[in-house]
Design a protein around this ligand. Structure first.
Ligand SMILES: O=P(O)(O)OC[C@H]1O[C@H](O)[C@H](O)[C@@H](O)[C@@H]1O
Length: 613
């Protein structure tokens, strides 16, 4: 690749020779007001130091350079910057992101520091300092890189065990005790967050039309959602392999899902332990439960693999292998991508190029959102998967030096061209608070099935046209975009995409100096939920005491709050009572929900035993 930064000759690129003056390259009114808005809000909220030169250079955008009006210059920029991974057949086009030569040069030393940090991480440094953990998801696809032979063997043995188990289940050697077909036909995967999103994305992207085992997910503590999954299984519950996935082994939603499924098994007269599989850290609550109850199998999660980067561990691989997906190809694709992402030449490093674009487009502070638009139905869940990977990794209050930075990068998107008929109107014409990543898949459908639905044009040509049209239309209006192109959606290309974004997140986190591998903010919501449930128990106790009196003593919300000794929580008590009374609990509430002061509440039956517990 040429070493020119923007790829523009000096005659075409004014930045090569000198900084443009405002009169040479007038900013549009729109871009002036947007820019000043962003920078002033940034100044108020971000304590992080942005090198003055960077923010200055950053004021210039591709639209300011008039690139979209100069097809030759744009073509040159496209050619000069086009990244190609030959073996993977993957391209990365960053030409529609308008970073300048100066910006690129300013960023270079910071990239070199990021590469150093990634190198240390690869070697087993404690890259997650808050939790004192190594970060080793890259070793999963190249165990030779693991820092010691113990870890290498753990990875290799687990992979071997996953392959063997999947082969025996698919081949019918491991079978359920009962079940109409005498073999496992369904997977019910119970898990949440990183223990669900990767397997969901990969199932949608890669499962064949008629997989050996079909997969469904319970990824929430929504009783109706759980009932729906179990009802859909019907009599096939008897031939369902239940995979319970939780790194910590103590996530409440996953535990609840397990308890609900076990109840369904009991009610169907089935022995859960003969159909249950656990994927979790050794000696976690889940691991101990599975061991004591003698479940069919257990696979390890490693301390040094985070949930959101666990797709290439047993978490992602077991489910994939059971659906007939070639997991060795997924691993090979990821390993090839990882190798490419280790080069220290930014221009030849696809993950670094992504990180560069993210930094430029969002001013290194998340001032713009990342809209991910795969033009392929099977990649629908990619943006959802990336949402956790990117936002849980980068969305941090403090940087590594303890400064309050409130970092992050918002990710959303579904798929093209469908989204063109939903919100792309706003992207083209409305508030300019985003940049787009198009994911393009060159192969429309398997060979031999294509036909022309009008002379010279196939259905896939339309999809192609929609992508290219949207990319051009957005760019013409100053909206930046990245395009990632793969030949086909295969285990190899999906593995490569996962690896590309994992590394881009790691590099970007280094650039903005945050710990990408912890999630302290998640605890706050969990803790608050625990407090709500504890309050509910106290409310029930107070109501029980009042309802055991003769005559029964209905209580106002104020009285309940007083007796719980938490008058500050009266609003929450109102919500607890409204929720319980909507759910056929023994609780009876009189009065109008709309005027909480009118409510009086008591229990339909008094439990004398509970008075003394
Ligand atoms: O796999 P588990 O331990 O059950 O965790 C499931 C999820 O829990 C939390 O929400 C974490 O923030 C996620 O990163 C994690 O993936």
């Amino acid at each position: 690749m040429a070493s020119s930064i923007s790829g523009l000759s000096s005659s075409l690129n004014p930045l090569k020779s000198s900084h443009p003056t405002p009169s040479q390259f007038p900013l549009t009114k729109h871009s002036i007001s947007f820019r000043s808005q962003t920078h002033s809000s940034k100044a108020q909220s971000v304590a992080r130091e942005v090198p003055a030169s960077l923010s200055k250079v950053n004021v210039l955008k591709s639209s300011d350079l008039g690139l979209e009006k100069d097809p030759k210059a744009l073509w040159k920029r496209y050619v000069d910057w086009l990244y190609q991974h030959k073996e993977l057949g993957l391209f990365l086009d960053v030409s529609r992101v308008g970073f300048t030569d100066e910006f690129f040069e300013e960023m270079e030393p910071r990239f070199q520091s990021a590469f150093k940090a990634m190198e240390e991480l690869d070697k087993g440094a404690i890259a997650n300092p808050d939790e004192g953990r190594m970060v080793g998801h890259y070793w999963l696809r190249n165990p030779k890189l693991a820092p010691n032979s113990f870890l290498r063997l753990q990875i290799e043995n687990t992979l071997e065990a996953v392959c063997k188990f999947a082969e025996e289940v698919v081949g019918g050697k491991i079978k359920p005790p009962t079940g109409p077909e005498g073999r496992f036909t369904q997977i019910l995967s119970v898990g949440i967050g990183g223990s669900a999103l990767g397997p969901q994305f990969v199932a949608e992207a890669l499962a064949p039309d008629n997989p050996p085992l079909k997969i469904r997910f319970i990824d929430n503590t929504d009783p109706a959602g759980i009932d729906h999954q179990i009802a859909q299984l019907g009599s096939e519950l008897a031939s369902t392999l239940v995979i319970v996935v939780s790194k910590s082994g103590g996530t409440p939603e996953t535990r609840n899902g397990l308890l609900e499924v076990q109840k369904a098994f009991r009610e169907a007269g089935l022995d859960f332990s003969k159909q249950g599989v656990a994927i979790t850290q050794e000696n976690s609550l889940l691991d101990n439960t599975a061991r004591i109850e003698g479940w069919l199998a257990r696979f390890p999660m490693f301390d040094w693999v985070g949930g959101r980067t666990s797709e290439m561990s047993a978490v992602g691989l077991l489910a994939a292998a059971l659906q007939g997906i070639d997991i060795k190809e997924m691993l090979a694709g990821a390993a090839l991508m990882d190798d490419a992402n280790r080069t220290t030449v930014v221009k030849n490093n696809p993950a670094a190029l992504l990180a560069l674009c993210w930094y430029w487009a969002s001013d290194g502070v998340g001032s713009k959102d990342m809209v991910v638009l795969p033009y392929k139905d099977s990649l629908l869940l990619f943006s959802r998967y990336l949402q956790q990977l990117v936002m849980e990794s980068l969305g941090k209050e403090f940087d590594l030096d303890g400064n309050r930075v409130n970092q992050g990068l918002t990710v959303y998107g579904n798929k093209g061209s469908t989204d063109q008929h939903a919100y792309i109107q706003q992207l083209r014409d409305g508030v300019h608070n985003f940049f787009v990543t198009f994911i393009e898949v060159l192969r429309d459908r398997p060979p031999g099935h294509d036909w022309e639905l009008e002379p010279g044009v196939t259905c896939g040509d339309y999809l192609f046209g929609m992508l290219q049209g949207t990319r051009s239309a957005l760019y013409a209006n100053g909206r930046e975009s990245i395009t990632v192109t793969v030949q086909e959606v295969t285990p190899r290309s999906v593995g490569a995409l996962v690896a590309l974004y994992e590394r881009a997140v790691g590099i970007y986190a280094s650039l903005v100096n945050v710990n990408a591998y912890h999630q302290p903010g998640v605890e706050a919501g969990k803790k608050a939920a625990g407090e709500v449930l504890a309050l509910q128990k106290r409310v029930l106790q107070v109501l029980n005491e009042a309802s055991c009196k003769e005559p029964v003593e209905p209580l106002t919300l104020e009285e309940v709050a007083d007796r719980c000794h938490c008058s500050d929580d009266i609003e929450m008590i109102h919500k607890i009572i409204a929720h319980m009374s909507a759910n056929d609990r023994v609780l009876i509430a009189e009065g109008s929900c709309g005027s909480p002061r009118s409510i009086k509440v008591f229990l339909g039956e008094c439990n004398v035993d509970d008075l003394y517990t």
